[in-house]
Structure formats: structure tokens, C-alpha cells
Design a protein around this ligand. Sequence first.
Ligand code: NAD
Ligand code: UD2
Length: 291
Amino acid sequence: MATILVTGGCGFIGSHLCVALLARGDRVRVLDDLSTGSESNLAPGASLMIGDVARPDTVRQAMVGVDAVFHLAAVASVERGVQDPYGTHCVNLSATVAVLDAARHQGAPVVYASSAAVYGDATDLPLADTTATRPLSAYGADKLGCEQHARVAGHTHGVRTAGLRFFNVYGPRQDPRSPYSGVISIFCDRLAAGREVVVFGDGGQTRDFVYVGDVVRRLLAALPAASTAAPVFNVCTGQPTSVLQLAQTIAALCGQDARIRYDTPRAGEIRDSLGRPSPIAGLAEAPPVTL
Ligand code: NAD
Ligand code: UD2
């Protein structure tokens, strides 16, 4: 039985990952400060250490006796990075350096969350994992920094890592109440309650939405793929969906016509985001993850 540390295991993606790890027989330890996550998300059977992943001593303590690490804790909001670039940098990049350093001493591989935000407004769609990165936000710059530190940790200290560039993840436990929540959670919440949805711009903008169960399956497959070469993988579907299509589909599933209010486009946002999914060795044989 392996002991796995999941940072951010009380959050949206991390909590589903913990359930899947426990289901396959692993022992799971969570490090989370409950800033956006919730103790009610803690997978039954997992142990919780409440603490800040940006504190190296806390990370070292959390990693004692651990066989592998999934590092998902972050301030997962581009907007928060705009408001507080230094504060979010400490969590989104410095903490990753602390995780990589503790993993070096522990000899544990690290699978960590990167983001499609590393591509910025690159327009050569679909974005391959080899496409040039040029982040436009502090959040994206910090995620790219995680990838570069992972490469350095592999090269200099022999730390095995794999980075997953998540596109727009959706699914159960995504909190619809923040204005920066994923659009699917917001639309589901409002349309199920018979309320109107707000579409920013003309609704023709597209995203590559990927289900959290498929994300967890890729996280699990990435662990044996972790290496000192620090590979990075796109986690996406390769299918574009417009915001308008989304509103209409969710409304139809709720048995109603979508009531849409159009508002001004979000400042600085990209029009289209579409990835080319990266092959991960062993993924084809990995069983589906049921949530
Ligand atoms: P989330 O906010 O639900 O989960 C993040 C978790 O990290 C929360 O439980 C939070 O309490 C915890 N956390 C935050 N700061 C911490 C700190 N200083 N110390 C300890 N714990 C801390 O977000 P999520 O959507 O589950 O995102 C998980 C990871 O995936 C993040 O790294 C995020 O940047 C990345 N990501 C998510 C998406 C998406 O579409 N949801 C897209 C790209 C990348
Ligand atoms: C996603 C990530 C973000 C960052 C970014 C990088 C999520 C939740 N956010 O932002 O963290 O990685 O990608 O590019 O995954 N919209 C509406 N009405 C609403 C809410 C949203 O029209 O009520 C639109 C919004 O203007 C955008 C699209 O829906 O065009 C998707 O919005 P989002 O906030 O879910 O995700 P995104 O792609 O802006």
C-alpha cells in the first residue's frame, strides 16, 4: 500500500483524486489550508493536515514517509493573481519549489497541476504541448515557472515529475458561487434554478471543457510517467464548445429555453482556447474513473 500526499486535496479536482486513490488501495494524506477548499470535501479515509503549502517546514513534515505527491494546491484564479501578484506567487510558484525540494529529500515523484494559461493568447490552435508558451497573467507565468523548476529539479537533483496543463475543467464540487468559477458550474446553478445566465460578449468564444473524472484518470496515469525529463501533458479533449452552445445545451438538459442576458466581454480574455490532448503512456489501459 503506497502513501500518497495530495496538496489541495480538499478542493474541486484534488478531492476527486483522493477518492480515486483510496479506491485503488492507496493511503492518502491531504495538505490543505481550506482557503477555497472545504473539509466537507475530504475523501472518507484520507487524513487531513491543515497548513500552508507555501511554508517549507510544513511541506517537509507533510512529506515524511510519502511514496508520491500530487501537488494541486494553488490560488486557482487568474483574477486573484491580478489583484495580488506577490501573494499568489508565493502559493503558485514558491510553494512548488518547496514541494520539489522536499520531494528530493524524500525521493518521491511529483505530479503537479499546470494550466492552459501558460499558452496565453497563442492562436495556432489546437495548442500542442510543444506550442511556444507566452503567459499573459501572473497565474500563467507562475504555472510556467512550476514547469521550469520541475525541469531543474529533475536535471540537478534527479527529482521525477510530470506536469499536467489542465484546460477548462468541470464537474461535481466545482463551486458556482464565486464570480470566477467555471462557466459550466455557474450556468448549471442558474439554469437549474430557472434563472437567466449572463453571457459575456457574443457567446461565440470557445473553450476546451474537460470532465474532472477524465482529469483524475490522467493524473493517475501521469504518476508512472513522471521522470527526470519533467514531461508536461495537455489535459483537454480537442473539442471546442462555444459559450452560447453551452447555455443552450444546459438549458435543454434542464427542460427549458435558455434565458440569456448579454453583457460586455471580459477585459483581456482570449477568444478561443483549444488543446491537442497529449498521449500519456498507459492511459489507454487505465480504467475509467467513476465519480
Ligand atoms: P480549488 O480552489 O478547488 O482547489 C485548490 C485547493 O488548494 C483548495 O482546497 C485550497 O484550499 C487549497 N489551497 C490553496 N492555497 C493553499 C495553500 N497556501 N496551502 C494549502 N492549500 C492551499 O481549485 P481546483 O480547480 O481544484 O484546482 C486544482 C489545481 O488545478 C490548481 O493548481 C489549479 O491552478 C489547477 N487548474 C485548475 C483548472 C480548472 O479548470 N479548475 C484549470 C487549470 C489549472
Ligand atoms: C480559464 C480558467 C482560468 C485560467 C484561464 C486561462 C476556469 C474556471 N478558469 O478561464 O483559471 O486558467 O482559463 O486561459 O477554468 N462566461 C460567461 N458567463 C459567465 C461566466 C463565464 O459568458 O457567467 C464566459 C467567459 O467570458 C469565458 C468562458 O465563459 O469566455 C469561460 O469562462 P471561465 O471563467 O469558465 O474560464 P476561462 O476560460 O475564462
